[in-house]
Design a protein around this ligand. Sequence first.
Ligand SMILES: NC(=O)c1ccc[n+]([C@@H]2O[C@H](COP(=O)([O-])OP(=O)(O)OC[C@H]3O[C@@H](n4cnc5c(N)ncnc54)[C@H](OP(=O)(O)O)[C@@H]3O)[C@@H](O)[C@H]2O)c1
Length: 257
Amino acid sequence: MDIIVIGSGNVATAMGRKMLSAGHRILQVYSRNRAEATHLAGLLQADPIGSLREMDGRAGLVLVSVSDTAYPAVVREIPFTRSLMVHTAGSVPMEVLKGSSPRFGVLYPLQSLLKTLPVQTDLPLLIDANSPESLSYLGAFAGTLSHTVVQAGDEARLKYHLGAVMVNNFSNHLYALTDAWCRQEGISFSLLHPLILETASRLAYASPGQLQTGPAIRNDEQTLGKHLQLLEDRPDLYRLYEWFTQSIRRWKHGTAR
Ligand SMILES: NC(=O)c1ccc[n+]([C@@H]2O[C@H](COP(=O)([O-])OP(=O)(O)OC[C@H]3O[C@@H](n4cnc5c(N)ncnc54)[C@H](OP(=O)(O)O)[C@@H]3O)[C@@H](O)[C@H]2O)c1
């Protein structure tokens, strides 16, 4: 398919690469920053454009991937087109694209994407569109990029996004806090890497609620006390440790909500 990419951030770059390697042709890349447009267009063998008025009307699909709050302003600048317009946001309604084309939808990658890293092979795509024809067209396209393509409306997509924030952004923040604490204490965070990977990989054969280990689930008061003592000069980590301990206990007693 012939594609236009609008945006030059993490998702525009990662999805652009993914589409190119799946055999699609990227016609143009638009970014408000001309240097970024030129750089990404170079990577994607496309032409950079500095104005949305230059969009090629022959594109089969236009991927709009900008910051969540920027969609309305960017969409207002897009000249009316018959290309299928899709955005990539978890928490932005599909209708934001309504004025730009009679055919619009969403292509939301349920994965953490960074322009500096290769795209994961496991890339679930949540799709939606404003008509059965557009949904079927988008579904066929998405199937060239991923084995996991699921239709999800605005409400379900928002819930998946919230889930993604909890399992990815929050757990990564815990890693960052623990990494900094390890440095402060002169121990090596990298020795914890196998544990992080093992915990995630166990999800392939059991639900997380069945996999809980550690002093909180064992009611090991002595160890909990020693850990909290170590965190006395770190009120932020102390509060987190206490909160998680109580949450695990509530879970164990079936009172978690
Ligand atoms: N990263 C992920 O893991 C991920 C995963 C799934 C979905 N998403 C969604 O994908 C979208 C893009 O995310 P991202 O991570 O790629 O963001 P990003 O790396 O911050 O890139 C945002 C892009 O939007 C452009 N932009 C921001 N405001 C603009 C405006 N007013 N006019 C024109 N362009 C503007 C930025 O241009 P400048 O460089 O000039 O600022 C940049 O090209 C978001 O909707 C996000 O929720 C992200």
